[in-house]
Design a protein around this ligand. Structure first.
Ligand code: ADP
Ligand code: ZN
Length: 722
């Protein structure tokens, strides 16, 4: 392990010799008896620490700042806003290899022969055949020269050889620049639709900050709008930063960009190894990469010439980091754009209620793409009341009929069930006791093929017992997960191969690509999956989408529960619809009169969102209120509670903060991983008041005496209360 970063703010003298280390660069400093790595955050004229106690910086690790001033400012802002130590935020925002003390790699260079070499070389190199060979290759490559990798393949020890050629004035290194930009922008193969061009033309890229919500149904051509905007940004010699919610979708978006633009790009996601990640980051930072694509943490990538930010699927929950440094990347993207004075585009088929409220309030411009590009109509939706059509093996008769018709006509069918395993509950038929996790307040999920009971919260697993531990009665599996439905489907439709996509069956990108390939080639006819299936993938052969249990999540205790459910249902439904004909959507429910389902069917997502916003307003939840959660846990309940009560008592009273502190209350899942979890909820109608409150309160909480076993965290703008 390399150096760990010190988190407190400390004063040091500039190093005894050499240049003053830049703000935003790493240094190594003495701390106590040891040495630690740190960042230079400010140059001060004086210090409150007495001069005799100030020690000088030992080493300067970066001659240049790691971040341009604007990105560094964003990081500072985020640390402050999300109440997280700045040192940890900076360490989080840089590639692992730099965290371990590594160097920022220099921009890659290419080598080419110099003109004079043509005349002089033969004489000069008569006795140096290896130099001669390399020079000939360089000359043969012309003005574009050769990349270092090509030279490495050509001649071992090439570095020394080209340096010698350079000394003799026969070769030179150069940085491949953005020369010949016109050449790098390929033309789009089609004209924009009226709705698309209205949006593209109205989004001015040269008039400072503006936030645009691009609200377009699935396959309405949102990505095409991003591409056209990126083209303008590239042509004006600026960089473009695009965020996608998942690693699975990042290469897809990157692929579409690369197919359109021949410019250097940096793709950042968690599937890269440390070296690739550092390289991509350094390319963005040096300005070499003109397109920067990545998942949520890419919002912190330094881009010195940024001209546009795009956040695709802006409603997606994965933009919120749920542990450690808890931040919302979409919100930070808007913040970054506003301080950089550039436009930002948020795209979604199901915009977050926050974004829609900003539209209502006139802060965001609203662009709608209402039609699918291919001209297919939205899917025909049908609710199936499971009370009237009791399901067999999870499928009601109307769903089976619709499936058979589609499959027989050659279409593919997608079934959505967001529950993994064979059955969510294994229960005694006599005394009704369910098998539970011994570390969590949770039932164990039964996996029949592996003959295991697994806890989805802590990962604990064990063999199912032969009978009930309480009364010895027989155990039966209740309910159904994807593993069970897969078996049932194979039994019922033996002629149609089933692709199951969930985290148990699809681990890693390779396997995902493999299954997606099989679906595209129609080797699979029935696709069964969890959330994993709903995101972004385009399945052109799909005629029917069936939602096995539309009620799942309907009774969530989280305030965002209905919003998430509506987004999921609309996103799943968006997969349906082949080019030639409208798709079918079948929703199985036990609550066909539920207002959420009624609204979605009658008025679509927009109608749902309007009503949901009104409800949030009248009940005082975000985005009409602003929240923070202080969560704590310990092996036993008493110390968690005592800590949270102390924390509540230390809340600033003076100044009349309009902030309510609610709790302590036990977490929704009180016992998890052998720890007891509880929380305080802070709520205010004013974001500024809540921030002011946190500014004073969190330092007081940090200073509290607490038993060592109590750990705590603060979550500003939480996605869930928990
Ligand atoms: P979204 O991002 O909204 O899901 P895409 O941008 O991926 O939609 O567009 C869906 C499909 O339609 C893509 O294959 C895309 O290449 C194509 N497409 C987009 N805009 C047009 C257009 N104006 N004319 C023809 N095809 C288009
Ligand atoms: Zn558990």
């Amino acid at each position: 392990m390399g150096p760990r970063f010190a988190t407190p703010l400390l004063d040091y003298l500039a190093p005894r010799e050499g240049a003053v280390p830049p703000v935003g660069g790493r240094v190594s400093v003495p701390l106590g008896k040891g040495r630690r790595a740190g960042f230079v955050l400010e140059h001060l004229d004086g210090s409150e620490v007495p001069a005799e106690r100030l020690r000088p910086v030992l080493d300067v690790l970066d001659a240049q700042p790691l971040w341009d001033p604007a990105t560094l400012e964003l990081l500072r802002w985020a640390a402050n806003y999300y109440c997280h130590p700045l040192g940890q935020v900076l360490a989080y925002a840089m590639p692992q290899q730099l965290r371990r003390g590594g160097k920022v790699p220099a921009a890659p260079v290419r080598w080419r022969g110099r003109n004079k070499a043509l005349g002089d070389a033969p004489g000069l190199l008569a006795r140096a055949p290896r130099q001669r060979e390399v020079l000939e290759a360089l000359l043969a490559a012309g003005r574009r020269g050769l990349a270092e990798e090509a030279l490495a393949a050509l001649a071992p020890g090439w570095r020394r050889i080209v340096r010698t050629l350079e000394d003799k004035g026969l070769a030179e290194a150069f940085e491949p620049g953005a020369a010949g930009l016109a050449d790098m922008l390929r033309e789009a193969p089609f004209a924009l639709s009226a709705e698309q061009s209205a949006a593209v033309n109205a989004m001015r890229l040269d008039q400072g900050y503006a936030c645009h919500l691009l609200d377009g149904v699935t396959a309405s051509g949102k990505t095409e709008v991003y591409l056209r905007l990126a083209e303008k940004v590239l042509a004006s010699h600026r960089q473009c930063l695009l965020l996608a919610p998942e690693i699975g979708l990042t290469p897809q978006l990157a692929g579409r960009l690369m197919a359109r633009f021949r410019v250097p790009a940096a793709v950042l996601h968690s599937g890269l190894n440390a070296g690739e990640r550092l390289r991509a980051w350094a390319d963005a930072r040096s300005g070499r990469a003109r397109l920067v694509v990545g998942t949520r943490s890419a919002v912190f990538t330094p881009c010195p010439e940024l001209g546009l930010i795009v956040v695709d699927e802006e409603h997606d929950p994965s933009y919120k980091q749920q542990d450690g440094f808890r931040y919302q990347a979409r919100d930070l993207a808007v913040m970054r754009a506003s301080s950089a004075g550039i436009p930002v585009v948020l795209g979604s088929a199901t915009p977050a209620l926050e974004s829609l409220l900003n539209v209502r309030r006139g802060r965001y411009a609203h662009w709608r793409l209402t039609k699918k590009v291919a001209g297919t109509r939205p899917p025909l939706a049908r609710l199936v009341d499971l009370n009237q059509h009791p399901p067999k093996g999870g499928l009601s008769a109307p769903l089976v009929r619709a499936m058979s018709a589609q499959l027989d006509s050659g279409s593919q069918v997608l079934l959505y069930l967001n529950r993994r395993g064979f059955a969510p509950v294994l229960m005694c038929a006599d005394c009704r006791r369910a098998e539970e996790c011994s570390h969590c307040d949770a039932r164990l999920v039964f996996y029949r093929r592996r003959d295991l009971l697994i806890c989805h919260h802590c990962g604990a697993f064990r063999r199912p017992p032969p009978g009930c531990g309480n009364c010895g009665g027989p155990l039966q599996s209740i309910g159904r997960g994807t593993e069970r439905l897969e078996e049932e489907l194979q039994a019922r439709f033996p002629d149609y191969p089933v692709a199951r996509m969930d985290r148990d069956n699809v681990r890693g990108r390779r396997r995902l690509e493999h299954i997606l390939g099989g679906i595209r080639e129609r080797r699979y006819r029935i696709l069964l999956g969890t959330q994993m299936l709903t995101k972004g993938h385009d399945f052109p052969g799909l005629g029917l989408v069936g939602v096995i249990d539309a009620d799942q999540g309907m009774f969530s205790q989280e305030f965002r529960g209905p919003e998430r459910l509506a987004q999921t249902l609309v996103q799943v439904a968006g997969r349906a619809g082949r080019r030639e004909q409208p798709g079918l959507l079948v929703l199985q429910t036990r609550f066909p009169e539920h207002p959420l389902l009624r609204q979605l069917l009658k008025e679509g997502y927009a109608g749902f969102a309007d009503a949901a916003l009104d409800l949030r307003r009248s009940t005082g939840w975000p985005p009409f209120a602003h929240l923070a959660v202080l969560r704590a846990s310990a092996p036993e309940a008493a110390s968690v509670r005592a800590f949270l009560i102390d924390a509540k008592d230390s809340a600033p009273q003076a100044g009349g903060f309009a902030v309510e502190a609610l709790g302590p209350a036990p977490a929704l899942m009180e016992r998890r991983r052998d720890r007891n979890h509880a929380r305080l909820l802070l709520r205010s109608s004013s974001r500024a008041a809540l921030q002011e409150f946190l500014r004073r309160w969190i330092p007081a909480v940090r200073a509290l005496k607490r038993p060592r076993r109590v750990t705590w965290s603060v979550d500003v703008d939480p996605a869930e209360i928990g």
